[in-house]
Design a protein around this ligand. Structure first.
Ligand SMILES: Cc1cc2nc3c(=O)[nH]c(=O)nc-3n(C[C@H](O)[C@H](O)[C@H](O)COP(=O)(O)OP(=O)(O)OC[C@H]3O[C@@H](n4cnc5c(N)ncnc54)[C@H](O)[C@@H]3O)c2cc1C
Length: 333
């Protein structure tokens, strides 16, 4: 197929791109149709240039990092993704007391860099498999640690292709939320500066190891998944609907967490309560769309994404649409 003028402009700037990329191979969740044009800049300058080219060609696109929060639909093809994974420089500046990270750097690498320099505030981010850009967008966090607690400022590429410096306080960062996520601020996070406060390396190491072990016990790491589907506990929210379920699930989860009961060390330590939930609320599916470790995490067992959407709809109906969805369903464009 002949190169489009958009591709020609990107190649002239030396920006890597590819066509007709299968999302089943590219995306974290291994779902979705195809991407007609995937742009993969390798520097902040190329990222900036790519936006200018896209603006000139009036081409709709979506910026993505690791896609670890994105549910691409199997029957959908997507026009253009701008992927930041190649823009991943990161450095620690002891004199200025900050870590500066480019948008595609990964959170696990950021937390390990912090550990290496005995910097406090990043231990809980160790197991989150996203990029800096995706993490700022979501205000990602875990175990009491989150981006808003360490972020100082960012550089944003506006939809018009301008560079804008913004203080962290201007981003409206709240629990798994930001103005970017709400669509009230538009643009691409290009770089982020983090406050580097000295800490005790032994303590940081101990915490990281503990969080790592907890994650592998309570979260899915085998089948492709997208972390938490909804913000908060689905078990607790379902419990508001049904007193018997509330008591049984609270007892199970409480005892399971506190004591080594119910095969706590087993990788399927929540299977019993999950099976009970399915029966109690009459959840319907052909192939189980959630992890044995928690009903609040979608897994890709090879089923069509329509089955995932149907499961999400059932949970939303059961919880009176009160739960905020954390994963993002990417509609075709
Ligand atoms: C096993 C597993 C565990 C997880 N655990 C956690 C957890 O503990 N805590 C948590 O918060 N999340 C968790 N997540 C979810 C996910 O990793 C985070 O939301 C992460 O921040 C997403 O980053 P990403 O690079 O994958 O973003 P993507 O999924 O690629 O994108 C997410 C959104 O951010 C936007 N975006 C991406 N890059 C940029 C950018 N540079 N500028 C502007 N917008 C951008 C995208 O357009 C999209 O709307 C988990 C996921 C998995 C698979």
């Amino acid at each position: 197929m002949p190169e489009s003028s958009l591709q020609q402009d990107l190649s002239r700037c030396g920006i890597p791109c590819s066509t007709d990329v299968a999302l089943k191979e590219f995306s974290w969740f291994k779902s979705g149709g195809s991407i007609r044009l995937l742009i993969s800049p390798e520097t902040v300058e190329q990222l900036h240039e790519a936006v200018s080219v896209l603006v000139r060609h009036a081409t709709p696109y979506k910026v993505v990092g690791e896609t670890s929060n994105l549910l691409f639909l199997d029957d959908a093809d997507y026009a253009c993704l701008l992927c930041t994974k190649g823009v991943n420089g990161m450095s620690y500046n002891a004199e200025n007391g900050w870590i500066v990270a480019e948008t595609g750097a990964k959170l696990p690498d950021l937390s390990r860099l912090a550990l290496h320099h005995s910097i406090h505030g990043f231990a809980g981010l160790e197991g989150i498999p996203g990029t800096i850009g995706g993490a700022v967008f979501m205000n990602a966090g875990a175990y009491g640690y989150s981006i808003d607690k360490v972020l100082t400022k960012i550089e944003l590429i506006t939809p018009e292709g301008e560079l804008q410096a913004l203080e962290a306080g201007e981003l409206g960062l709240r629990h798994r939320d930001s103005l970017l996520r709400q669509g009230r601020m538009k643009g691409i996070v290009a770089r982020a500066w983090f406050a580097a406060k000295p800490g005790d390396s032994k303590r940081i190491y101990g915490e990281m190891e503990l969080f790592h072990a907890k994650r592998h016990k309570y979260l899915e790491y085998m089948y492709p998944n997208l972390g938490s589907l909804f913000v908060g506990s689905v078990y607790r929210e379902l419990g508001k609907k049904d007193l018997v379920y509330r008591v049984i699930s609270a007892l199970f989860l409480g005892l399971n967490y506190k004591f080594k009961l119910f095969r706590r060390e087993s990788p399927i330590n929540r299977k019993w309560i999950n099976d009970f939930t399915v029966k109690r609320f009459n959840l319907k599916f052909k192939t189980q769309p959630f992890s044995d470790k928690t009903i609040n995490s979608l897994v890709n067992n090879g089923q069509h994404t329509d089955e995932h959407l149907d499961y999400i709809r059932q949970l939303q109906e059961l919880t009176g649409n009160r739960m905020i969805i954390e994963n993002e369903i990417v509609q075709p464009f």
